[in-house]
Design a protein around this ligand. Structure first.
Ligand code: F6R
Length: 605
């Protein structure tokens, strides 16, 4: 979603701001802008669409100044227009903002009584206007911003810049992350450390409720209660923040191809011989009676897969819900329940709210995250890193398989702790898991046949995905991936549900992707597949050699994957699902890495 940068520099900042915003492009946005203070004057440039439009504008209308703020906007209040783009300015105040100000209408009414009217449709402009109003009453910039922040309801990360103040930025965090970067006589602010990586590797993460007064040589942070707060400066791994396509055409292609490597690294982080090692205080699965798993989107499908694992392997009942439903459902949390939250970004607003709902109710709050410094990680009793590395493509790929990996290890540990998996069986499964990165490489080699099928699928209006058991969540994930980057309508069903309605959709124009390794459910899935073919449906069967030999004769296309123990099949079958979506999107010529309307980190509900 929206991205923020701020720089108090010793040189012209406009190019630095645009460069930093480029590093935030992956979060998804529809307009961008920067503001600077030059000779005491605030000025700004804003443009709709990609950053290149802002860069072009700056060529024709340069913006001078050594201090400035910048923003990429993902529209919430008001269409993506230049007027609605950030930074917003009201008199001597410019503001950039991530999140939502829930009481902006009420504040607008108040400001109208003072003769102040907005020029945009945004909630953010109200923040600038209220600060302007407080300054007109005689307050200093710091006092005025502070008084404004006190009035705001909702979730936000804010950075303020002021006319006549070339050496001052004010930053505030409530609900949306914000990091301060320390340079040499320069200071930076960013909505994540990735934006600041080329500028500095010394980062201070603001805590929830923090406000910071920043100059080129100082940072004063106060906590939510107004007390001076000492927040550590952390040295971040520059490598971890590296963003490049490494020769691939898209980040998504690179991230799909990286899966064998990141999975092998992740496994090394969790395995010591035949022991599964978790960081922090151990989870005692013998005492746990129930698990509640909550997430959104792809991370939700990882949870749905994990439900099968935990229930089948460990005999542990698992409830799974999407965070936006869970948080308002007020679900009872019974004794000895572990609440587990899965999130790549660790900042998803609904997932974070669901975690907070469980805070005093569940026995333990566990999270499975990619961003170690994220809010969800920080607010968990136990945060399990997935070690996927930075994921830039908006469509989640390597994070999904790495989430599956951690969830599977957790389920195996639960099964072993609860005496449902012998040490020998655990050792065998771990050996297969260690061999999996090599097998994923074989699946990646199937790219050619998938690309061929994708060219035909690109011409379709609707696509169905079918799967049973562990393949059902994978079918859901395959359909989500396809629709989000190719804009083709795709739906997934548990194969057994076909006859209860969706079969009405089948005709020869609808490709049906059937995910079916030759496991105990194979025959049943194949029966459903026959029902599709009997009605002219065009089946793309993704299976293994035994499955293809048995059922691959009359289907439209077959993708043959290596055989793996059934429990590992979700990690393997994720690859053709991702490749199919990717090649279809490429064939359609859509924006693969930044699909329309989507954001990488969904920090509003
Ligand atoms: C789909 C996708 C989204 C995310 C969802 C949750 O490809 O990426 O569905 O999975 O927005 O995001 P996180 O995992 O950051 O909580």
């Amino acid at each position: 979603m929206c991205g923020i940068v701020g720089v108090l520099g010793n040189h012209e900042v406009a190019p630095t701001l645009v460069e930093a915003l480029k590093r935030l492009e992956y979060r998804g946005y529809d307009s961008a802008g920067i503001a600077t203070v030059n000779d005491g004057q605030l000025d700004r440039r804003r443009a709709v669409g990609k950053l290149v439009n802002l860069s072009d504008l700056l060529v024709h209308e340069p913006l001078a100044g050594k201090s400035g703020i910048g923003h990429t906007r993902w529209a919430t209040h008001g269409a993506p227009t230049t007027i609605n783009a950030h930074p917003h300015q009201a008199g001597p105040v410019a503001v950039v903002h991530n999140g939502i100000i829930e009481n902006f209408r009420e504040l607008r009414t108040e400001l109208a009584a003072h003769g102040l009217t907005p020029s945009s449709e945004t909630d953010t402009e109200t923040v600038a206007m209220l600060t302007q109003h407080h300054m007109s009453e005689g307050l200093s910039p710091v006092e005025a911003a502070g008084k404004t922040i006190d009035r705001l309801n909702g979730a936000f990360a804010l950075v303020f810049l002021f006319e006549g103040q070339d050496n001052l930025m004010i930053a505030a965090r409530r609900g949306s992350p914000l990091a301060i970067g320390h340079g040499d006589g320069e200071m930076y602010v960013g909505s994540d450390a990735i934006a600041l990586a080329p500028l500095t590797d010394r980062i201070t993460y603001l805590d929830e409720g923090d406000r910071a007064v920043i100059t080129r040589t100082s940072v004063e942070i106060r906590d939510a209660k107004g007390r001076l707060a000492n927040r550590a400066i952390k040295q971040i791994q520059m490598d971890a923040a590296r963003i490049d396509k490494a020769g691939y055409k898209h980040f998504m292609a690179k991230e799909i191809a990286e899966q064998p490597t990141v999975l092998a690294d992740a496994l090394r982080g969790y395995l010591d011989g035949d022991s599964i090692i978790l960081p922090g205080e151990p989870l005692d699965f013998t005492k746990i009676e129930r698990m509640t798993m909550v997430a959104c989107g792809t991370a939700f499908y990882a949870c749905l897969t994990a439900k099968y694992w935990f229930e089948q392997l460990a005999g542990l009942p698992v409830e799974v819900d999407v965070a936006s439903e869970f948080r308002y459902r007020e679900p009872p949390i019974t004794a000895n329940t572990v609440a587990l939250f899965v999130s790549q970004s660790g900042e998803t607003a609904d997932t974070l709210a669901a975690l907070r709902y469980c805070r005093e109710k569940a026995d333990r709050i566990v999270s499975v995250v990619n961003v170690a410094e994220s809010s969800i990680a920080r607010e968990s009793d136990l945060a399990l890193p997935i070690h996927a590395g930075v994921e830039v493509g908006v469509a989640s790929t390597k994070a999904f398989t790495c989430q599956l990996n951690v969830l599977l290890l957790l389920a195996l540990k639960a099964a072993a702790d609860r005496g449902r998996l012998s040490p020998e069986a655990l050792s065998d499964t771990l050996a297969s898991l260690r061999a999996l990165p090599g097998i994923l490489n074989v699946a990646l080699d199937r790219g050619g046949v998938i690309r061929k099928a994708a060219r035909r699928i690109a011409e379709s209006r609707d696509v169905l995905f079918l799967g049973r058991g562990l393949m059902y969540p994978l079918a859901l994930e395959g359909a989500l991936k396809l629709k989000e980057i190719s804009y083709i309508h795709a739906e997934a069903y548990a194969s057994g549900e076909l006859k209860h309605g969706p079969i009405a959709l089948i005709d020869k124009s609808v490709p049906v992707v059937v995910m079916a390794p030759r496991d105990t459910l194979f025959d049943k899935t194949v029966s459903n597949m026959q029902e599709v073919m009997a009605r002219g449906g065009k089946v793309l069967l993704i299976t293994d050699a035994a499955g293809a030999a048995e059922a691959g004769q009359d289907v439209w296309q077959t993708v043959i994957l290596p055989e793996v123990p059934p429990v590992l099949s979700p990690l393997l079958y994720a690859i053709p699902a991702q490749l199919l979506a990717y090649h279809t999107a490429v064939a359609k010529g859509t924006d693969v890495d930044q699909p329309r309307n989507l954001a990488k980190s969904v920090t509003v509900e």
